[in-house]
Design a protein around this ligand. Structure first.
Ligand code: PPS
Length: 581
């Protein structure tokens, strides 16, 4: 393998030849269509361009069974990850074996035609157990499989029509054949792929340089930009960080390229899969790290896989791979020596420093200084810009409570106070305002209430994504819908739930709008607290009973909580600078 110039082995290309393209487009006009989900878009891109060679489409049932059982296709070829088109029961009714169906992107563009060879309902729990070694849904791959993917699988051969379109970082989005061609054109014989879903820091660069020198190889930061681990820094920021460190390598020896991979966080199996993918891209070497493609901690706080399990599994399959596996050494910083050392280079009693991705995120969130030994200043600057401290992140304050509980008055008070303090732009999504402007056609049925709250959640998530403060004050009586909103918001910023817990007797006695009286008289139906339930939040960040506090006091309680948790910046002491006149 050393000095190998054999870039990758045979490569599948599923795109139709130019002279047959029009015919494929014509067929799409009469085929039944399936709209690919964002996740499916990543898989199909890598199927069509050959990154998933030797696959020629979605796995047949026989291949699927063999893959989950033995990490091999039915003919014995090494392939560790099931790749299937998952569809709904409703769509299943529309298709038969041997049909051709058209797969479209979310805008309706024809991506490929699929000749269906297999349709079946997989045992997903079994798949989770065999592929990920667990059915614990805190594992992101298991969560996706069991809670998000559709219940029925389709297998079949693909004919590619239009490559999925990307507008971002197009200069870095080379296909396997383009990257192979580039290596050949530039006489790059040895080239290492570095898989990452995180920003790159000083220890990574040192580790990569050591491996480049040892194997006389160039390097490509081949970063996963499809779906990575929930909570990861987005690829826009990450790629800007990579651009800032690429000049740390000798000129012409290192490049950036993007891999639109929907990761499964499948640890050892995923490491094997990623090795095959990098082989297909023409790399000669692939770095497998500690806890490679690790899914984080399980619901007992333990690890799903041992830290070196991925390295061991891939190495054990080295003979079947046309790419050399390099185990990444784990480097720590030794303060007294002012240098990074591998674990075995540490002298007895010497402590090695290391900052994990999660610890780094916490430092940034708290607005604390990232140590110079750890990261390059240009990277810290970029991270500070994209991940501001909590006091400058987008936030949703979600007030929930009965009609008449005082949530609108409290929300208004908090809005004004936030404006007084400055920092974020504030928007109020009060129950009545939303009903008038966004949800005027909705009733108070369970279904319509949920729709109303999801709309509020959507608008709040957009405000939060863009760094603003969204203050919501609907009744939001159902726990499940509030959880849906929480998830939407936590993907993009901070969610704070505040239960305005004023007892119903007080709300009814206040009856400012006269609705309670009307509900008691049966003139209004489905009134919350009377003939429609209110499920009180179990663990809100704050509970306030407005019958126990003056309203100004209640506003202060909310503001104090935001200050104490770092969600609001504490006012700076007055400047001591003396100005000359
Ligand atoms: S929900 O359940 O969250 O969709 O309700 P929401 O949109 O916040 O309700 C807004 C106001 O509608 C008035 N109203 C009712 N509330 C509850 N049940 C019924 N059937 C109903 N009919 C009208 C009520 O006054 C709500 O305003 P607030 O500010 O909460 O008093």
């Amino acid at each position: 393998m050393e000095n190998s110039s054999a870039h990758g082995g045979s490569l599948i290309n599923l795109y139709v030849e130019d002279d047959l393209l029009q015919a494929e487009k014509e067929k799409a006009k009469s085929n039944v269509s399936w709209d690919l989900t964002p996740r499916q878009m990543f898989d199909i891109e890598l199927l069509l361009n050959g990154a998933f060679s030797p696959l020629t489409g979605y796995l047949s049932e026989a291949d699927y069974n063999s893959v989950i059982e033995n990490m091999r296709l039915a003919d014995g070829t090494l392939w560790p990850m099931p790749i299937n088109l998952d569809i709904t029961a409703a769509f299943r009714e529309k298709i038969n074996l041997s049909d051709e169906i058209t797969l479209r992107d979310p805008e309706g563009v024809v991506i490929a035609n699929l000749t269906v060879t297999d349709i079946w309902t997989p045992d997903k729990e079994q798949e989770a157990e065999k592929v990920f070694g667990t059915t614990d849904t805190t594992h992101p791959g298991v969560h996706t499989l069991l809670n998000e993917n559709n219940p029925i699988y389709v297998g079949g051969r693909l004919t590619g029509v239009t490559p999925p379109l990307h507008y971002d970082f197009r200069q870095y989005r080379r296909s396997p054949s383009e990257l192979r061609q580039h290596f050949a054109d530039e006489d790059i014989n040895n080239v290492i792929a570095f898989q990452t879903r995180n920003p790159i820091h000083k220890a990574h660069v040192i580790m990569m340089k050591r491996l480049m020198a040892k194997h006389q190889a160039n390097l490509v930061i081949h970063t996963a930009v499809g779906i990575t681990k929930p909570g990861d820094i987005d690829h826009f920021c990450r790629v800007r960080c990579y651009e800032k460190i690429i000049n740390k390598f000798p000129q012409g020896t290192a490049e950036i390229d993007l891999l639109p991979l929907a990761m499964r966080m499948g640890g050892p199996r995923e490491a094997v899969w990623q090795s095959i993918i990098r082989q297909n891209y023409g790399f000669t070497h692939f770095i497998v790290g500690r806890d490679h493609a690790g899914p984080g901690r399980n619901n007992n706080g333990g690890l799903f896989y041992g830290p070196t399990e991925a390295q061991e599994l891939v190495s054990s399959l080295q003979d079947e791979l046309n790419i050399q596996i390099l185990k990444a050494p784990f480097l720590r910083y030794v303060k007294d020596r002012g240098e990074f050392c591998e674990e075995h280079e540490l002298m007895s009693g010497e402590a090695g420093l290391y900052i994990s991705g999660a610890d780094l995120k916490e430092l940034l969130c708290k607005g604390e200084k990232v140590p110079d030994w750890f990261a390059f200043p240009e990277v810290i600057e970029e991270l500070n810009h994209t991940l501001p401290p909590r006091s400058r992140q987008g936030i949703t304050l979600f007030f929930t409570g009965l009609s008449g509980s005082g949530k609108s008055t409290l929300a208004n008070g908090v809005m004004v106070k936030l404006r007084e303090l400055g920092g974020r732009k504030v928007s109020l999504l009060d129950g009545d305002i939303v009903r008038k402007n966004l949800s005027s056609e909705l009733t108070f049925s369970v279904e319509h209430r949920n729709l109303n709250i999801e709309r509020i959640g959507y608008v709040a998530s957009e405000i939060t994504r863009n760094g603003g403060a969204a203050i919501c004050a609907p009744i939001a009586p159902f726990e499940k819908t509030r959880e849906t909103v929480r998830k939407m918001i936590e993907d993009v910023g901070v969610f704070v739930e505040i239960h305005v817990s004023t007892p119903i007797e007080v709300c009814e006695a206040r009856d400012r709008k006269g609705f309670y009286a009307m509900a008691r008289a049966g003139k209004i139906k489905d009134f919350t607290g009377i003939d429609s339930p209110y499920e009180a939040p179990k663990n809100p960040q704050l509970r306030i009973d407005t019958s126990q506090h003056e309203m100004s006091e209640a506003v202060d309680i909310v503001i104090d909580m935001l200050l104490e948790t770092g969600l609001l910046a504490k006012p700076q002491p007055e400047s001591k600078i003396e100005y000359e006149i």
